[in-house]
Design a protein around this ligand. Sequence first.
Ligand code: ACO
Length: 358
Amino acid sequence: MPETVLTNSALEEMVDTSDEWIQERTGVKERRIADDKDSTSSLGLRAARKALARANVSPRDLDLIIVSTSTPQFLFPSTANLIQDRLGASRAGAFDLLAACTGFIYGLSLAASQIEAGAIQTALVIGAETLSRVVNWQDRSSCILFGDGAGAFVVQGKDEPGGIRCSVLHSDGSGADYLFARSGLRESWKGDFPPNGLEMQGREVFRFASRVMVQATEEVLEMSSLTLDDVDLIVPHQANLRIIQAAARGLKVPVDRFYINVEKYGNTSTASIPLAIVDAVDSGTLKSNSRIVLVGFGAGLTWGASLIEWEAMPTPGAALQDFLRESWYLLARMRSLFLRFRRLLESLLFQNGKRRNP
Ligand code: ACO
């Protein structure tokens, strides 16, 4: 998480709102905002390094890096490319995935399918956002919801069944105008509003979300021939407490079957599910050998769910491994600088010698 905390009281100074209204209508108390030194890739990199340390996996073993984000640092190269370089994960393919707040479920599903197909062995799936940079801070109906952050999972193949069992993924582009952020590419923007500013029809998104959270959860359970009684914890996209409460009513389960931490971070889009899982693990709510449903929705419109058997708690590596890992990242930085320098040298040589590319 970025360090800067933006509380509801601080928002009262920015727009016509109140702490009471925000808490009652959304459940959010505060959110984190990326500083100037932060970016989607720096937040994603931090999450990636922590995930690799927890899982005790070396960046060298990564075959694939997927960064799910709606706020990439550049249109291209992908944020995943930047993170791959900083990790020194030289064997890994890397790309960004955009499915808004459902992106992390899309990313996990993709990584699991690649492993199941035998194409790869180890993947890193990152959800990272700097939504504060596309939020319209004059629009009280949307700016109160969002925050920045990143979370990551290491996904690795094993011989025994378990892990990511199945996923359902959905899209309905006819709802694109419910929630969108302009890319700034298609038209020149003349108004005050930032060219890539976020626009949202909150009530419509609310209705859609409450419906599809139930639908996707039921679908993924049916696919795995399970019922809600077989599930220990539901980890929903943390968009709004009232949406989660509505989903609980729709599924006819008490709301405490859902893990909720929206009060701490607001809606961090595709980062919200991994961040909720980390909190659930650290607080002891998510235990070894638990069966969990991840369920999300977002712009697109997109929605989906995954059923996961969370077998064992990751054990952090020893101090020596931490030291070796840190040294590896330093070497990765030097490797990157060396590659840049070699490229520069090559281009100078080709220019001066007027040699043509082969
Ligand atoms: N402070 C005070 N009053 C406000 C605020 C605010 N921040 N925002 C709106 N209001 C007012 C409205 O102007 C309206 O006033 P009026 O009755 O005089 O017209 C009143 O509060 C009620 O407005 P509603 O829009 O009906 O409020 P609602 O209860 O629907 O809550 C909210 C709005 C929080 C945006 C809700 O609709 C919501 O959470 N929707 C889902 C949004 C969402 O989850 N988006 C993310 C999707 S994921 C992704 O892809 C990024």
